[in-house]
Design a protein around this ligand. Structure first.
Ligand SMILES: Nc1ncnc2c1ncn2[C@@H]1O[C@H](COP(=O)(O)OP(=O)(O)OP(=O)(O)O)[C@@H](O)[C@H]1O
Ligand SMILES: [Mg+2]
Length: 579
């Protein structure tokens, strides 16, 4: 996906619109700054002709007053301009970041499994940051220098139009190479931000997986990987720097040809008597003062190019369509009884089909167990019910309503999930349990923890329920984490309960206890439980045996055991050691 600069500007403008007042104020102030510069150039003529040459004493005393007055004007203007434009830039960045974050939260699980977390992080942090710097630069520098340039041009032509005409024929020679450099930079920057994204990704990944790295002793290899990315980033930056650093000298050298010619002609004009020394001085002052704005303007155009590259990456993410959106006429699901039906569901993540013609019906309040070898599609079924993905064939119904006809928000409200991968936020135990029902009282939180057999170990933690767990806090064992997650699901109090390997990290004894708690919880709820340990699923109303995304057998424990199918084999394997 590629955008034209026009489209990018339009969208950036849309974001600046709420802060137009600040921008306009800054623009007005930049008039003051350039006005002071232009006035300085203009005053050179009376200074030379009247004060220096004609020595009119009265005017002499005015000189310091004028110098200080101009400096004050310029300083005040500059302050107002910088302050308002920079705050406007920050505000715009804040809005873009919020939108980008909001949008990325809406993207489907499919998007996150396709692209790396680091990539998304890099766009929200690095690219948006690059936009801020350039947005401020463009308006501050561009406008101020633009005004100054126009003012000084008028002074130059006013001093001697012939001399000025010659100068302005020579000047553009310097602009052409600069613009070519600018274009080169734009092409490179997109890739550069990508490389910076790689760096963020490597960093994010290795920090998240630090345990694996330590366990396998691969620190050195990871360092090499990081160094390689880092080096690529350097090579790339070097290229940008090469063009960046070339811009000024190239412009200066080319300009010197013009300056030589103009000086020669100017002095010639004075000795001819066509203009006064004051005119030539004012002209030269104007030309000299033009140098800084010119230089800055060529830089500004480079910055613009760079920011367009960043803007493109930002809007690319913002325009990434969420594949799972509410239908326009989606309805709010009211609390369902909990009847679930999969009707001829076919699903694949990519090309390989994962579920084939999956068809089951679960009555409200039933407990259904999914068993089967690893990779047979159990978690996928749980994910489909959560609408992490939509099936490619068939439909899924809750109380007769197709999931796609419900708003996602209302659907999620009626489902509690204990996932295979336990995740806890960097927050207190209490807030982690309360996550699915923020309005729950402390007593309710503690009751849920008791039911999940978590209360006991939470109480003896340094600050009990207010202990921070996760990255910055107390580390929990795998089984403890699972029990916190179960408490979270219990507190959610939803009619549909999905347990994906929810007791896998518990020892036999705590599993038996948690099992009891879950048994309470399962009452009056439709429950789908995934477990490898068959002792956990024995009491289910219905056991669905999966293999390669197909239903092999369905029945209760006794029925399946009396047959001679996959379940029987799995059972024999698990209980072989007992006999
Ligand atoms: N995000 C994904 N993208 C692509 N393929 C996936 C994704 N998640 C799972 N798969 C594939 O889908 C198949 C079913 O995976 P699933 O996670 O449903 O298995 P499972 O039965 O839960 O296994 P386990 O018992 O190991 O948890 C596997 O072959 C897996 O490789
Ligand atoms: Mg799984």
């Amino acid at each position: 996906m590629r955008y034209t600069p026009r489209q990018l500007y339009r969208r950036l403008y849309y974001y600046s619109k709420p802060y137009l007042f600040r921008v306009l104020l800054a623009m007005a102030a930049s008039f003051l700054v350039s006005g002071a510069d232009v006035a300085t150039a203009k005053l050179v003529k009376p200074f030379v002709d009247d004060v220096l040459i004609a020595t009119k004493g009265g005017l002499l005393n005015l000189v310091p007053v004028i110098v200080v007055g101009l400096a004050v004007c310029k300083g005040a203007g500059r302050y107002i301009q910088e302050y308002f434009i920079k705050t406007a830039g920050q505000l715009v960045v804040q809005d873009i970041r919020n939108d980008l974050y909001g949008h990325s939260m809406k993207l489907s699980m499919g998007y996150f499994s396709r692209s790396s977390t680091g990539n998304v992080m890099s766009r929200i942090l690095n690219d948006v940051g690059a936009l801020e710097r350039s947005a401020a630069d463009v308006v501050v520098e561009g406008l101020r220098e633009g005004f100054t340039l126009v003012g000084l041009t008028v002074v130059a032509f006013h001093s001697d139009w012939r001399l000025a005409s010659i100068a302005f024929v020579v000047m553009p020679i310097a602009v052409v190479p600069a613009s070519i450099i600018g274009r080169r930079i734009k092409d490179n920057t997109r890739r550069g931000q990508g490389i910076l994204g790689n760096l963020t990704r490597v960093l994010q990944e290795s920090l998240a997986g630090i345990k694996v790295i330590k366990a396998f002793g691969t620190e050195e290899r990871e360092c090499q990987r990081f160094k390689t990315e880092n080096k690529r980033f350097y090579f790339f930056t070097r290229k940008v720097l090469k063009y960046d650093s070339a811009a000024t000298p190239v412009v200066e050298i080319l300009a010197s040809f013009g300056i030589g010619a103009v000086l020669w002609y100017g002095i010639h004009r004075v000795s001819e008597g066509a203009i006064t020394q004051g005119d030539l001085s004012a002209f030269l002052a104007a030309m000299l003062m033009m140098y800084t704005p010119m230089k800055r303007l060529t830089k500004v155009s480079n910055t613009i190019q760079r920011s367009l590259g960043a803007a493109e990456r930002v809007f690319e993410l913002m325009d990434e369509p969420p594949d799972i959106v509410d239908a326009p006429d989606a309805i709010q699901a009211t609390r369902p009884a909990g009847h679930i039906a999969f009707s001829r569901v076919g699903f694949s993540y990519g090309d390989e089909p994962v579920l084939h013609n999956f068809d089951i019906s679960i009555r409200a309040g039933e407990v259904v167990a999914l068993v089967g070898p690893s990779g047979s599609g159990k978690s996928t079924i749980i994910g489909l019910l959560n609408r992490f993905y939509d099936p490619q064939q068939g439909s899924i119904f809750i109380d007769g309503q197709d999931l796609r006809d419900l708003t996602q928000e209302s659907l999620k409200q009626w489902i509690a999930l204990v996932d295979q991968e336990t995740f806890l936020f960097n927050d207190t135990v209490r807030n982690n349990i309360r996550y699915g029902r923020p309005e729950a009282s402390d007593a309710e939180v503690e009751e849920a923890a008791r039911q999940a057999f978590a209360d006991e170990f939470v109480r003896i933690m340094p600050e009990g329920y207010d202990t921070v767990i996760g990255d910055r806090g107390v580390r929990l064992s795998g089984g403890q984490r699972q029990r916190i997650c179960i408490a979270r699901a219990i507190l959610r109090d939803a009619p549909i309960l999905l347990l994906d390997e929810a007791t896998s990290a518990l020892d036999t004894e705590s599993e038996a206890m948690v099992q009891k708690a879950l048994a309470n919880l399962m009452q009056n709820r439709t429950t789908i439980v995934v477990a490898h340990r068959l002792s956990t699923v024995m009491h289910a109303d219905k056991i669905v045996v999966l293999e390669d995304g197909r239903i092999r057998e369905i029945g209760c424990h006794q029925e399946l055991l009396s047959g001679d199918g996959l379940y029987r084999r799995l059972y024999d394997m698990q209980f072989a050691n007992r006999d």
